[in-house]
Every structure is written in C-alpha cells, then in structure tokens.
Design a protein around this ligand. Structure first.
Ligand code: KG4
Ligand code: ZN
Length: 360
C-alpha cells in the first residue's frame, strides 16, 4: 500500500444513487452505493423529492458501510470530494450538506466537483492511473447525454455536444412506457429489441439534417448535438395508429427500430466529434452504456476511425462515489486548492468547472 497517495472519500447524490467511494490515489478501496430506484418504479421515472428523502435516509449507513469496507476511519482522510452539480437540486443539496458537515467535524479539506467530469474520473482507477492522451468521453444516462473532450481532467474539459431535450436514458424510459414495458425502460427495451426487426420502422434521426450538421469547415448549429423528442413523438404516433386500428402493437419491432435510431445517431455524432477533435480513446459512461447495441455500434464505428473504446464495469459506469473520490484524489495530487465550505449545490454547473474554486 502506498500511504503517500491521498486517501479520499467521494460522495455522489446528484440523482437516485447515494454513492460513497473511498480511494487511495488511484486504488479503489470501496464503492458503496444505495439506490432509490425501486421507489420510483411506479412513477416510471425519478421523482426528485423522493430521491432527496432517500439520500437523507441512506447517507449515514452508506458512509458507515464504506468506511468499514475500506477499513479506514474519517480521521485518516486527506480530503473529501462531493458532487456539487450538475444534477437534481434537492438531491445534490443532501450530499453537499452532508459533505460539509463531515468536513467541518473532521477538519478535512473539501472539494466540490463536477459530476460529468467525475464520470471520466473512473478512468483514473485503471492500471497506473494515467489517463490516455487525446481522450474523449461519451456520457449517456437517464440524466445526461454528452460528448466531452478531456485535455486534462483537472482543468481542461470541453463540451463538444449534448442533447437539446431528453437524455438518452430518459428517451428509453418514456418509450418503454408507451410500449407498456417496465421502468427502467432501458434494459426492458434492450431485451425486447433482441426479438425485433430494427428496420421494421424508419424512425427519425434527430439533428442529422444538413442545416444542423453543416461541414467540418462550417459546422451547423448542432453538429455534435442530439435530440430525442421527435423520435419519441414518432414512436407515439406509430403506437397510436396500431391501437386505433385495433391491432396489437408489434412491441419488439418498435423497440428494435427505436433503439436503432438512438444508437445510430449517438454513434455517428460521437465518431464525428472524435475525428474532428483528434480524440483517439473514448471512455463510455452512464447507465445507457450498458446497452448491448450501443456498445456494439460505437465500438464498430470507432474502430473504423482508429478510435479505441473503453467501457468500465457497469458498477463504475452508473452513478457512484468512487468516481468522485478518484477525481478528488487527482485534484489533491495536482495541488489544486480545496473549495472549502463556502459553495452551494449548482444544478447547472458547466462541465468546464471541474472543481469549484475557492469562493472569493
Ligand atoms: O446512470 P444511471 O444508472 O442513472 C442516472 O440516470 O443517473 O442511468 C439510468 C438510465 C435509465 O434511463 C435506464 O433506462 C438506462 O440508464 N439504462 C439503459 C440500459 N440499462 C440502463 N438504457 C439502454 N439500455 C440498457 N441496457
Ligand atoms: Zn451520471
């Protein structure tokens, strides 16, 4: 064990997972997660108030479990890192307040970090902890859909493209509901699609028309951006037409055709953003990274352009505290100043703010 490496506890509460991770430098000691997913099932989506309440109840037991699993005490920590945004305001506030309380009680430096950059931080936990050069990230979950360029994880992260409406996972969840499939919709559609024909219906590919794409020299207004709301409406129209005709909805075919539209656009835009920004390694994160067809098509299309795709284990793809701790440890190692406690949760924290600077 290298005791010179910083021992950091990371706290994540931006959506429905209460995550507490502990790392020593790039070594993962524990990744403890408590999810409130089951409480949202009957609503077909995450209800922010329920998520916030669940964080409150889960926080102390999750911290205790994490400390026990890692075999460390609060007094030994070199730093605490917490997701301060982006995410659900109330959910973020619980983690931020808890992190401040722990920091004050133990006199430990506190870092307020960006949730999206923390997803990329998972890559630090691999091997020697060196992130590949020319790194990009594709983040796809129920809350976000972003394509990032990561020059330096502690300070140079750029947003290349993002959804302009629904997140990818949100689109899966909404379409699953239209098809009468259970929440969360992603795994349900992924399964149903295996028995369906992806070409049965030609659903729209959002933001791929020439006016949005432009060219490499003259990029359109949404060259790397994504949109899923038109697709969702198109699926609704098809379902309605079958119902109006008194015919059974061909669930497997609709699921497969919907999925093909989602993964086609995501993979095309990602490859375009990567090739035009010299990205040669792509890290995938977020719950939708579990999708078999998305992994397949992204990997295949990236390979055609010499881009290596890295997909961490699912427990590190979905929201967790280990990724927050890993980013925190890197900030400590780089000598970045801690934020202290004079910050608030910021649901719209831009990706360019890797860690919140000390308030003036
Ligand atoms: O990262 P995550 O666990 O939580 C947050 O959104 O914060 O992602 C959950 C999302 C849900 O929308 C779920 O439907 C989607 O990931 N998802 C999938 C798959 N597994 C989970 N989407 C497509 N295919 C899957 N296999
Ligand atoms: Zn996330």
């Amino acid at each position: 064990m290298n005791t010179a490496e910083p021992l950091v506890l990371g706290i994540e509460s931006s959506c429905d997972e209460t995550g507490v991770g502990i790392v020593r430098g790039t070594e993962l000691l524990t990744n403890t997660v408590s999810s409130s997913m089951e409480q949202h099932v009957r609503f077909g989506g995450v209800i922010p108030e329920i998520a916030s309440r669940a964080h409150l109840e889960a926080f102390v037991p999750t911290v205790q479990q994490a400390l026990a699993e890692a075999g460390v005490t609060l007094g030994e920590l070199d730093a605490i890192a917490v997701t301060s945004g982006p995410g659900l305001a109330g959910a973020l506030m619980v983690g931020v307040a808890a992190a401040k309380a722990l920091a004050v009680a133990t006199g430990t430096p506190l870092y307020a970090v960006n949730h999206l950059v923390a997803h990329v931080g998972v890559g630090l936990l691999d091997g020697d902890g060196a992130l590949p050069e020319h790194l990009g990230a594709l983040l796809v979950s129920g809350g976000h859909t972003e394509i990032l360029a990561v020059g330096d994880i502690t300070g140079d992260v750029r947003l290349l493209g993002a959804t302009i409406d629904d997140a990818a996972g949100e689109a899966y969840d909404k379409v699953a509901r239209l098809l009468g499939l259970a929440y969360p919709g992603g795994p349900a559609i992924d399964r149903a699609a295996r028995d369906g024909d992806p070409e049965a219906f030609r659903f729209p590919r959002g933001l791929t028309a020439g006016k949005y794409m432009g060219s490499a020299q003259h990029p359109g207004s949404h060259r790397y951006d994504l949109s899923f709301s038109g697709l969702k409406t198109a699926v609704a129209r098809v379902v309605e037409a079958f119902e109006a005709a008194g015919q059974p909805v061909p669930v497997a075919d609709v699921a497969a055709s919907f999925q093909e539209s989602v993964v086609d656009v995501i993979s095309r835009k990602t490859v375009l953003a990567c090739t035009e920004h010299g990205i040669t390694t792509l890290l995938m994160g977020g719950g939708v990274a579990a999708n078999s067809r998305l992994r397949e098509l992204v990997t295949q299309r990236c390979a055609q352009h010499g881009i290596r795709v890295v997909v961490p284990p699912l427990s590190l793809c979905t929201d967790n505290g280990a990724m927050v701790a890993a980013l925190g440890a890197r900030l400590v190692s780089r000598g970045v100043a801690p934020t202290g406690i004079g910050f608030t949760a910021d649901p719209g924290l831009p990706v360019t703010t890797v860690s919140v600077p000390v308030p003036a």
